[in-house]
Design a protein around this ligand. Structure first.
Ligand SMILES: Cc1cc2nc3c(=O)[nH]c(=O)nc-3n(C[C@H](O)[C@H](O)[C@H](O)COP(=O)(O)O)c2cc1C
Length: 363
């Protein structure tokens, strides 16, 4: 069994799979369910100084394993969390990260009140724009109010991730969470012609599998810019997604959409799949793969020459995925075995990412 324990900002997590701030942690009972589902820690739903008033409908599935939402922060008043919900979450014995937003004044008002429950604070920057100044002020307000680690959660709103992470670090942040949902986006119900979301302009924010490549890039950028731990968030729904997040430089992952669509047992499932993958690949600990891609990128030679993939005929199952998508007609599968014409091959690599058995592999 691989070691999944991680320590982030001095906080020990029994495994690195946490619910992200959102519906899976909308109240105390839901947070307990996350713990029972195998989460290694908890990030509570974002609170602000007043309860949010959310346009409805506010959630829709748009493609496989992906969603649009127009949720803001918690629709519960902050007193409800402070007087009831956090205490219930603390009964789980898991580290509790308390998410809050948004301005320095709001943080200064809320942070002292959540202090008795918080193992860390996570500051959402979702509604304070792309200018780093309000985020810097919010971090300073949090640092003045509490002595627990302060995590800054960045949104991928066209913001220069590296500059934002650097600004957060300079302001005193102890860790970064990346990313929040991506948008604005639009979903349409063709039967009614209406936008799926009830927001004024019909816009929604995208999350889940559809943003995984974006969140990986953001985590990668943050991790190689600042020497701070990163919570990787966005599109994690399987153990392999979490492994990739670690390779991009994450120290833990957070999961929202997959937990909404599949229920809270997803946390334990992802942790168990990570364990299996690490065992299968001979790694003793999740920490052994952390930052691997950052290291490998430095070692990799940049090339523009066409190199054909290696073909391991014995592994080919004749599924034809490679033949179908080879626009150069370099692969044919005449007798249930792929044949590669190296003269026609342009070395694009697509077939190697579609082959389910790795019968094709880039050299
Ligand atoms: C319905 C919904 C509500 C969310 N509410 C919050 C929130 O209150 N605070 C926050 O920081 N992020 C919120 N998020 C963003 C998630 O925490 C997460 O950053 C994002 O969805 C990407 O992760 P995922 O692909 O695992 O969902 C919400 C996401 C969804 C789908």
């Amino acid at each position: 069994m691989a070691d999944l324990r991680v320590e982030v900002c001095g906080i020990e997590f029994k495994n690195p799979v946490l619910p992200a701030a959102g519906p899976p942690t909308w109240n105390g009972k839901a947070m307990v369910a996350c713990a029972e589902g195998g989460a290694g820690g908890i990030v509570a739903k974002t609170i602000s100084t007043t309860a949010a008033v959310v346009p409805e409908p506010c959630m829709a599935q748009v493609s496989r394993a992906s969603m649009l939402n127009t949720e803001l922060w918690s629709e519960l008043p902050p007193e409800q969390f402070i007087n009831h919900e956090y205490a219930k979450a603390k009964e789980t014995g898991l580290p509790l990260i308390i998410s809050m937003g948004y301005t320095a004044d709001q943080i200064a008002e809320l942070a002292p009140k959540v202090k008795p429950f918080a193992d860390a604070l996570e500051l959402s920057t979702h509604y304070i724009g792309e200018d780093p100044a309000p985020m810097i002020a919010a971090v300073q307000a949090a640092k003045d109010a509490v002595d627990v680690p302060v995590i800054v959660k960045l949104s991928p709103l066209g913001r220069e991730m590296q500059a934002a992470a650097q600004a957060a670090k300079d302001a005193g942040a102890d860790a970064i969470a990346a990313i929040n949902s991506f948008g604005p986006c639009l979903g349409i119900d063709a039967e009614t012609g209406l936008p799926l979301m009830g927001s004024e302009e019909g816009y929604g924010w995208l999350s889940g599998r559809a943003i995984k490549a974006l969140s990986l890039r953001c985590v990668f950028d943050v991790a190689r810019t600042v020497d701070l731990p990163v919570f990787g968030v966005g599109g994690v729904s399987r153990g392999l997604d979490a492994i990739e997040m670690f390779m991009a430089g994450a120290s833990a992952v957070q999961v929202c959409t997959a937990a909404i669509l599949r229920g809270p047992s997803v946390f334990g499932k992802i942790a168990q799949e990570m364990d299996q993958w690490l065992d299968d690949h001979g790694y003793a600990s999740i920490n052994d793969v952390k930052g691997l891609t950052i290291k490998k990128l430095k070692e990799r030679a940049f090339r523009t020459t066409h190199l054909p993939p290696k073909l391991y005929e014995e592994l080919c199952t004749g599924c034809r995925l490679c033949e179908t998508s080879c626009v150069y007609h370099a692969i044919l599968v005449p007798d249930d075995k792929a044949q590669l014409d190296e003269d026609l091959c342009q070395g694009c690599g697509l077939c190697t990412t579609r082959c389910p058995t790795r019968a094709l592999e880039m050299p």
